[in-house]
Write a protein that binds this ligand. Sequence first.
Ligand code: BEZ
Length: 211
Amino acid sequence: MALQLGDVAPDFTAESTEGTIHFYDYLGDSWGVLFSHPKDFTPVCTTELGEVARLKGEFDKRNTKVLGLSVDPLQSHNDWVGDIKDATGSALNYPLIADPDHTVSDLYGMIHPNANDTLTVRSVFVVGPDKKVKLTITYPASTGRNFQEILRVIDSLQLTSGYSVSTPVNWTAGEDVIISPAISDDDARERFPKGFRTVKSYLRFTPQPNR
Ligand code: BEZ
């Protein structure tokens, strides 16, 4: 069965553009983003890998390590990285895993045979410091991902893991958040000293508590 939210992200050892990766050791206590792309030397993938390199500082600020992956061999990855820099202006600054024997792709269900029986789809797995899967997203080969959205979800995941809040539609960091309906108004007054506004008894907004 496909990996689901709350499942333990499988550990693995694999070769990458930054040497041998032992996944759990590599993550340490950080958050992680493991994302697959279908194929080296392809246009959409080139733009995605460059964009993640451009955003690396944003992932660092969130204590999050990123790793890319495809079923291409390491030599292909190494031959391609120069193109990513040329085409996007951003040099690869995170490991790109080579998975020619599909070890990691199979562990994470990144090959969807009814879409393509040999290439990985555009999977994203966000893994928490507890090594559990916090987010899965799957895009088809023809659609490049929005990595600002991945950062936005990480902001939400990191906030909501520390406070009894959730984040509303289209929320971005700094905007008001929703107090858990399980918390009484009296409790909410203590926990959220900046105050809250009640739209419905089950929908109460408060300023982001950690800002
Ligand atoms: C691309 O990155 O452009 C791509 C890769 C595989 C299939 C289709 C598109």
